[in-house]
Design a protein around this ligand. Structure first.
Ligand SMILES: NC(=O)c1ccc[n+]([C@@H]2O[C@H](COP(=O)([O-])OP(=O)(O)OC[C@H]3O[C@@H](n4cnc5c(N)ncnc54)[C@H](O)[C@@H]3O)[C@@H](O)[C@H]2O)c1
Length: 267
């Protein structure tokens, strides 16, 4: 059991699921957001700060033996926004980890938008396939994975960089039948990341056991993670509600779908 697990982005979609469902893996949950975390529960500590505030982030990381890093810009945004949250924020978090009196193990919420420009006909092995980010957001997650690798090689800080597919209650589009990750499978993956005796610094895809998939996680079989759910049970409902994208549609061509056609945003 962990002593103190930091969950960043704890008021976001995935961070709030972690807050509800990870209490059993740590004595104390230290929860971070910029605002809106409500009352602290009996085993909770609340820390409000922006990830770009280096001193505050370093103080927040001190003493935590586990981190689930869900905080950050979670979609495409301007460079200033992406940089503050996902570039500066990642650096501050890892500097906090390096300086901490307790070395934490880290679950980093990366994204499949690190490889979004790969065709849906290509099968990717995260240990071998090149990144092809589909926007500034995807580039920032590639940076995060590289930063995690460097802090592992230099300082031994273990990180699982998990390229989350699409973690929603149901896949909202036909593309996401391939990338869908159930909340149960996310939680069981986080449990494995903190339970496995030696983690190292793997990169893997956070995806359920879907019938159609683009990703091969066999290089991380040692984690012992077995996703249980499949998106297939939503296919008939999606077919009834939406016309599948035409084969010339970016949502049918690229793994990152419409992110690939988005522009560069300016503030
Ligand atoms: N939900 C998915 O399907 C999915 C897919 C791929 C990757 N991810 C990644 O998983 C993580 C969580 O995703 P989510 O869907 O819960 O996103 P979300 O937007 O709901 O949550 C992100 C949280 O980070 C906070 N945040 C943003 N910028 C910040 C900053 N500068 N300082 C402090 N806090 C900041 C937001 O306020 C929010 O609470 C993100 O890193 C996202 O990139 C999610």
């Amino acid at each position: 059991m962990l002593q103190k697990l930091l969950i960043t982005g704890a008021n976001g979609n995935l961070g709030s699921i972690c807050r509800q469902r990870l209490g059993h893996i740590a004595k104390i949950l230290r929860l971070n957001a910029r605002r809106g975390l409500g009352e602290a529960g009996p085993n909770e500590e609340i820390v409000y700060c922006d990830l770009s505030d280096k001193a505050a982030v370093e103080a927040m990381v001190e003493g935590c033996d586990g981190i689930v890093h869900m905080g950050g810009q979670a979609v495409e945004g301007s460079w200033e926004t992406v940089k503050a949250a996902n570039i500066d924020g990642m650096f501050n978090l890892y500097e906090g980890a390096r300086k901490s009196s307790v070395q934490p193990r880290i679950f980093f919420a990366s994204s499949h938008h690190t490889t979004g420009f790969h065709a849906q006909t290509t099968r990717l092995d995260p240990s071998k396939s090149p990144t092809r980010p589909d926007g500034l957001y995807g580039v920032s997650k590639v940076f995060g994975e590289a930063l995690a690798q460097m802090y592992f090689d230099k300082f031994g800080i273990e990180t699982a960089s998990v390229r989350i597919g699409s973690c929603f209650p149901e896949p909202p589009s036909h593309r996401m039948l391939s990338s869908w990750l159930s909340a149960d499978d996310l939680i069981s993956l986080i449990e494995r990341v903190f339970r496995v005796p030696r983690l190292g610094c793997p990169v893997l895809y956070g995806v359920s056991d879907n019938q159609s998939t683009w990703w091969d996680n066999s290089s991380v079989a040692y984690l012992g993670w077995r996703p249980k759910h499949s998106s297939e049970r939503f296919r008939a409902k999606l077919d009834a509600e939406q016309t599948p994208p035409h084969r010339d549609d970016p949502d049918a061509i690229y793994q990152g779908g419409l992110f690939c056609t988005d522009t560069i945003h300016e503030d």
